[in-house]
Design a protein around this ligand. Structure first.
Ligand SMILES: [Ca+2]
Length: 501
């Protein structure tokens, strides 16, 4: 590019020189004498301006050939040479051609003009392309500038947003860092300790559950060594030598299958058959007619002595009870203990339970004790008809699925057994409820009761309706006939009763 511009400059300068020279020739030519123009050969170095000084200059120029002798022949020859070199004549042909004149240069340049013109055209094209490219670059730069201007607000907004988020992150990070370095490690340590503790407890419970699962593979099997001595009932066994209170096998009738029962051989000289027992709430007494008919619960346990001397909670069964009470004259002993371990009793010198066909109707007589004669007299905390309807004497047995009570018979919504928790000789409804629900601690409320009624193990004359006994039991035995001179020891004031006191 640089050399191209220099060349263009030279061309322009040369053209200007040619034009000047041609103009001079055209204007001077008429003034030129025949012998040529008077100039150029004088070696006057004094610059006088004007055109002649140019001649002097040219004389010392690089084109200057040495002067040759001027002859007419040589002039003719020079004319021919000059003509061939551009057609320009010197003023004095004798001076020869000292240097290429403007005409020669013009001629040379004209010869070069075609190639130069092509180069110029190419340069022009290149310049045009360059110009257009420059224009496009400018346009692109302007566009970029506009875009940058447009993006400045966006960048500022994003910058503010980033700064806000960074500030929030720094705040959160500081809080987390503070917690991580502060109470968090100790809290984690405590939680880890608790988890380990819970894990150990769970492992212990798991082992206990596994043990119970293995133990309960035969949950209803109680292994008891049956004593050799047996009898038709407990008093019979007692008279035969069975003096320990434990589980025995009795057979009241030779035609019936023997069955297990717990015999109390200690209380009031023994011989008692345990027909009902409550002591820990381990057995549900809210059972059906058939369950009460056949009996349910656990007769006795072996707690390590090699025989079953510890009674469980159970109901012997209405059929067995009925049969035993008819086998001989039978007396009945209620024993009850509150949660302060105060113990009271209620004895009946007569106790008869009819068979199922007669709905196990109850008959008791000859009360003696300190708990209150609720079976025959109802609760002494009540009066008039209210008390009368709590008498159990002559009542039929009722369960939740067999309503034989005196509370609106036939009305399915008036069932004492359904509301009071167990099977019993309900009237309308009770003054004693030995088969009621077991309440730990004794006192309970209407809100705690399933139906809002006094459904606990109640003996109203002892602790009222809203107190459930800790322990309750019913024991029967034949009226003593094997003790000489004691015709009816269960009667109040009898020799045996006096003896027991
Ligand atoms: Ca009823």
């Amino acid at each position: 590019m640089k050399w191209t511009l220099v060349l263009l400059f030279c061309i322009t300068a040369a053209q200007a020189v040619v034009l000047d020279y041609d103009e001079d020739m055209d204007s001077d030519e008429p003034e030129v004498p025949a012998h040529g123009p008077p100039r150029g050969h004088r070696p006057d170095t004094t610059f006088t301006g004007g055109r002649h000084s140019t001649d002097n200059h040219r004389q010392t120029g690089r084109y200057g050939p040495n002067p040759t002798p001027s002859t007419s022949q040589s002039q003719k020859t020079d004319d021919k040479v000059l003509q061939s070199k551009g057609g320009c004549n010197h003023l004095n042909a004798n001076l020869g051609v000292l240097c290429p004149n403007g005409c020669e240069l013009r001629t040379a340049l004209l010869k070069e003009d075609a190639s130069m013109q092509l180069t110029i055209d190419n340069l022009t094209t290149d310049i045009s392309h360059l110009y257009r490219s420059t224009i496009r670059i400018h346009e692109y730069v302007d566009k970029m500038d506009l875009e940058m201007q447009a993006r400045k607000p966006q960048y500022s907004g994003n910058k503010n947003l980033v700064i806000t988020h960074n500030t929030e992150l720094e705040t959160y990070f500081s809080a987390i860092k503070e917690k991580v370095k502060g109470p968090l490690p100790s809290a984690i340590s405590n939680i880890r300790f608790l988890l380990n503790s819970l894990k150990k407890k769970l492992e212990t419970l798991k082992k206990a559950v596994q043990t119970q699962v293995q133990f309960c593979e035969h949950p209803c099997t109680v292994t008891c060594n049956i004593p050799v001595v047996s009898g038709k009932e407990c008093n019979d066994i007692y008279t035969k030598g069975g003096k320990k209170s434990q589980l025995y096998l009795i057979q009241p009738d030779s035609h019936k299958i023997p069955y297990r029962i717990y015999c109390d051989m200690v209380t009031e000289q023994g011989g008692w058959a345990l027909i009902q027992n409550r002591q820990d709430g381990s057995v549900d007494f809210g059972r059906s007619w058939d369950a009460y008919k056949a009996g349910f619960g656990n007769i006795a346990f072996d707690v390590g002595k090699g025989f079953c001397d510890t009674p469980g909670e159970y109901w012997l069964g209405n059929d067995q009870i009925s049969y035993l009470t008819k086998l001989e004259n039978t007396e009945l002993l209620f024993e009850m203990k509150d949660w302060e371990n105060n113990k009271l009793t209620a004895e009946y010198g007569k106790f008869v339970v009819q068979n199922e066909a007669n709905t196990y109707r109850l008959s008791v007589d000859r009360y003696f004790g300190n708990a209150g004669n609720t079976l025959m007299e109802g609760s002494k905390t009540l009066y008039g008809n209210n008390r009368t309807m709590t008498i159990h004497q002559n009542m039929m047995f009722s369960t939740y699925d067999r309503d034989n009570d005196k509370w609106l018979p036939g009305d399915l919504n008036k069932q004492c057994a359904r509301e009071d928790g167990g099977g019993w000789w309900y009237n309308r409804c009770h003054s004693s409820n030995p088969n009621g629900r077991y309440y730990w601690g004794g006192n309970y409320t209407r809100q705690m009761a399933k139906h809002g009624t006094d459904d606990g193990i109640v003996w109203m004359d002892f602790k009222g309706s809203w107190y459930s006994m800790k322990e309750m039991s019913m024991k029967i035995r034949p009226v003593f006939t094997n003790i000489p001179n004691i015709p009816n020891p269960g009667l109040p004031g009898s020799p045996r009763a006096t003896l027991e006191k």
